[in-house]
Design a protein around this ligand. Structure first.
Ligand code: PMM
Length: 275
């Protein structure tokens, strides 16, 4: 089944959880709850990537995330570290993270791919065309799916050149990153093409603006429950397109949706038994 990556944001300014998990103990407790709810991987991040967000220093980022990574890894959780900084990535892997999730695909920090290459961690290379402060400057495409696929393939090659076996690479088309409303839907419609390219695919739609904007009524007033329901629907559709994992804030809604979709699909084993 498609894996669920639960989001543990350790930031005071994340758009989606209002900074509720700024202290390490609360973040760890939240992570353990997500795991109990069915998350297969926990993605720990200390720098908000919301459109317009300011960068934080690596020192602040590390102070936020490292204790959380350590505690969750010690508890036996598969942890990914959501960072664009090579030093933070290396320290997080040393603290037990098994995946480095770089939303810039190794482009923000020129040391990133070499840093990952000297570990045995897997790496998520996300499609990216610039920092949050000018997030939409690069959102110009003739054919968004073809261009994103081509740019991701180039990042996989750059990773290989830095000593990272492509089998360790997970690609992510970067929903909401350098893409405006309709471009996100076009990208999602092309997910099967990313899957066909042969690498594991991760996708993150959770609570994102393009999704909220699609719902009836005033976008500003869309409740968290409605955003999570919409996210659960995209999770199922992404699973049907063959993605390896979905990155979500509300694990329960997505888990339930994936489980129901599995039942609909029917048994895959040779016995054909259903309970
Ligand atoms: N989205 C956010 C942060 N990190 N990482 C990956 N690989 N894919 C995503 O879509 C992604 C990400 C958005 O930020 P949030 O955690 O504050 O919602």
């Amino acid at each position: 089944m498609t894996l669920i990556m639960g989001v543990v944001n350790v930031t005071p300014d994340s758009f989606s959880d209002g900074g509720r998990y700024v202290d390490a103990d609360a973040a760890v407790a939240h992570g353990l709850l997500l795991r109990a709810q069915g998350a297969d991987i926990l993605d720990v991040g200390g720098e908000s990537t919301r459109p317009g967000a300011e960068r934080v220093s690596p020192e602040i980022e590390q102070a936020r995330v490292l204790p959380v990574v350590q505690a969750l890894a010690d508890a036996g959780v598969v942890v990914s570290i959501d960072t664009m900084n090579a030093t933070t990535a290396a320290l997080a892997v040393a603290a037990g993270a098994r995946i480095v999730n770089d939303v810039s695909g190794g482009m923000a920090d020129p040391e990133m791919l070499a840093a990952v290459g000297s570990t045995d961690a897997d790496v998520v290379l996300q499609h990216w065309r610039g920092h949050s402060a000018d997030m939409y400057a690069g959102a110009v495409y003739d054919d968004v799916v073809a261009e994103v696929a081509g740019e991701l393939a180039a990042r996989v090659e750059a990773a290989a050149a830095a000593g990272i076996d492509p089998a360790r690479v997970i690609v992510d088309p970067g929903i909401g990153f350098g893409k405006r409303g309709a471009q996100n839907w076009q990208t999602l419609r092309g997910l099967d093409r990313f899957v066909a390219a042969g690498r594991r695919v991760l996708v993150g739609t959770s609570r994102k603006r393009f999704l909220t904007d699609a719902l009836p009524g005033d976008a500003v007033d869309v409740s968290e429950a409605r955003r999570d329901l919409a996210t659960a629907v995209t999770s199922v559709l992404a699973a049907q397109a063959g993605v390896w994992a979905v990155r979500v804030h509300d694990v329960v809604a997505t888990r339930d949706a994936l489980v129901v979709a599995e039942r609909w699909a029917g048994p895959r084993d040779r016995t054909g038994q259903e309970d």
